[in-house]
Design a protein around this ligand. Sequence first.
Ligand SMILES: Cc1cc2nc3c(=O)[nH]c(=O)nc-3n(C[C@H](O)[C@H](O)[C@H](O)COP(=O)(O)OP(=O)(O)OC[C@H]3O[C@@H](n4cnc5c(N)ncnc54)[C@H](O)[C@@H]3O)c2cc1C
Length: 450
Amino acid sequence: MDADVIVVGAGPVGLFLAAELKLAGAEPLVLERRETPSGEPRARGLGALATEALWRRGLGEQLAAADVEGTKDLARDHGSTRGHFANIFKIVPSDDRPRTNIWQPELERVLAEHAEGVRILRGHEVTALESDVDGVTVTAGRTWRARYVVGCDGGRSTVRKLAGFGFPGTPALLRTIAGQARFAGDVPPAGRHPGGTFLHGGSMVGVTEPASAPETAGFAASVRRVTGVDVVVEEFREERRFTDQARQADTYRRGRVLLAGDAAHVHSPSGGQGLNLGIPDAANLGWKLGAVLRGDKPEAFLDTYTRERHPAGEAVLRNTRAQSALLAPGPHVDALREIVADVMDLPEANRYFAELLAGTKIRYDFPYPAGRPAGEHCPDLEIVDAGGRKSRLHEHTRTGRGLLLTSEDLADPRVDVVPAANTGPLLLRPDGVIAWAGDGDLATALGTWF
Ligand SMILES: Cc1cc2nc3c(=O)[nH]c(=O)nc-3n(C[C@H](O)[C@H](O)[C@H](O)COP(=O)(O)OP(=O)(O)OC[C@H]3O[C@@H](n4cnc5c(N)ncnc54)[C@H](O)[C@@H]3O)c2cc1C
C-alpha cells in the first residue's frame, strides 16, 4: 500500500479531507492533476458550516484576516454585503454564526498550509481505477495502491465516472459567462433585461441567459442579445463559463471508492453554497474513514456518510433550482421576483432564507432516539466552566476527537471531556455534529459513533 487513502484532487475539499484523515491517524496521499494551484477566483464566500469546520481546526485567524479584503471586494462587486437569493440582495444573517468572505485561491493556500505533512503529488492526473476486496489501484503515471480512494476531483470527476456512480439530475436552464471586462462607450445598466441578466460591479462582469440561446463566439454577443445594447468590449480577461445544471451522485460510496465536494454534487453557484456542502462532506467523512481504518468501526459505518450528506446535497440542489427559476428572463418571472422580494422583507421569511442558504437547519437522522438539537451542527458555543473560566468551543476541537461537554464528573476514554457549567450536557462528534443532548441514552450515542 502507498497510503491508507488516496485523495484525488487538491481543491479545497481534497485538501481539507486529507488534513482530517491525518488528524484521525490515517496516512493520506493526494494526487492532483495540476502542476500548480489554479488561481481561478471561483468561490468568494464560505457559509457558516464550512467556516465553523475550519475554525474547529484552528484556522479562524487566517479566515478572519482574509475576510477583511474579501468583504470589501464583495461590497464593491455586488453593491451590498447582504446575502442574496436569485440576486435579490436582502438576506441578513439571522444568527451570529461566522461566515467568511475569502477568495478560493487564498482559501486553497490556507488549506494547503493546514495540510502540511500530507504527501501531495501535483502533476499527477488519475486516469484509471480498479477496486478489489483489499483495496484500490489508481493509475496516475504509475499505479498507486490504497485501501480507499476518495474522489475530490470536482464536478467533472474522473473518479466518479471510472467507478460507475450514477449522476442524475437536471440539465442547464441558464448559462453564464463571467470575467473582467473593459468596455468602450455605453454600458447597459446592471440588472434584469428582456433576454437575461447583466451584472457588473468593480471590474467583474457577468451575463446570464437561457441555456437554449445559441452558443455564441463570446461575451459581447451574449451581452448584446441579453440587453439589446450594441456594446463594444475592448478587453475581456479571466473568462469563466458555468451553467446551473444540478446533479448529484446516486450514492457517495461504492465499496472502497467515495466521493466528496463537487465530485458528488454540482449546481449553480447562486448563493455561494458549494463549499458549504463540500467542506462539511470532508468533515463528515474524514473521522469516519479514520475509525474504519483503525478497526474501531466496521466498513458499513461508512454508509452513514451517504445517509447524512446526500440529503444535505439534495437540499442545496433544490434551492439552487428555485433560484434558477427566479433568474429566468421574462415578465412572469419579473412579477414573481417582486412578490418574493416583498416576502423577504418579513422577518420570519428573511430568517427562512438565511437558514436555507446557511444550511444550519440541516439535521441528520440518527439510528437512536435523540431530541433536538441532536443531529445538528453545533455552533461555536461559549463555554464557562465551574470556576467561571470562559472559552469557545473551537478552542477544544483541534485534536479532532469527540467531545463531551458536561458539568458532571464523567470520563470516557473514547472522547475528551470539557467541563461546562453553562450548557446542558452535549456529546459532539469530531465533525461538530451534536450526537446527544441529554435526551435518551448517552451510552447508546457513544457506542454508535465511537
Ligand atoms: C463562478 C463560481 C462562483 C462560486 N462561488 C462560490 C461561493 O461563493 N461559495 C462557495 O461555497 N462555492 C462557490 N462556488 C463553488 C465552488 O467553487 C466549488 O464548490 C468548489 O471549487 C468545490 O471544491 P472541490 O475541492 O470539490 O472541487 P474543485 O475545486 O473543482 O477541485 C478539484 C480538483 O481536482 C483536480 N482534478 C480533477 N480531475 C483530476 C484527476 N483526474 N486527477 C487528479 N486531479 C484531478 C482539479 O485539478 C482540482 O484541483 C462557485 C463556483 C463558481 C463556478
